[in-house]
Write a protein that binds this ligand. Structure first.
Ligand SMILES: [Zn+2]
Length: 124
């Protein structure tokens, strides 16, 4: 059995993919964060834009064809129902032409009408 892209020991079909397909909504900002990481790994631009808060949403999401996301580590997270704001600190690892890099970010999320949105993030 393989893990989801986000690192959860669960099949992607039972973890992030239902969120990407829109058949499930994220119950916490960590779930949304995991799904967004998976969307980056799969280059799913429509999910990334849909889960981006309209106030900070870019017109498109550029993907670097040489970037391969391969690991997500959640360091800390808070924000789930009934909160309306949350934060996730994570390290995401990626490879470019065989070299590994990591990105350490603290992301802000807000919840509106039961739906979590990514607001912005600060590189640590
Ligand atoms: Zn997942």
């Amino acid at each position: 059995m393989s893990n989801c892209f986000c690192g959860n020991p669960t099949l992607a079909e039972q973890c992030c993919l239902p969120l990407l397909k829109g058949t499930e909504t994220a119950s916490s900002c960590e779930r949304l964060m995991r799904a967004r990481y998976t969307a980056y790994a799969l280059k799913d631009e429509s999910f990334l834009l849909a889960s981006w808060h309209p106030s900070t949403r870019p017109p498109d999401v550029p993907f670097d064809p040489l970037t391969q996301w391969f690991e997500l580590k959640i360091i800390a997270s808070h924000g789930g129902e009934p909160d309306t704001a949350g934060e996730v600190e994570f390290i995401a690892k990626f490879k470019q032409q065989g070299k590994a890099y990591k990105m350490h970010e603290r992301s802000q999320f807000i919840q509106e009408q039961g739906q979590w949105f990514y607001l912005d993030g600060a590189i640590m």
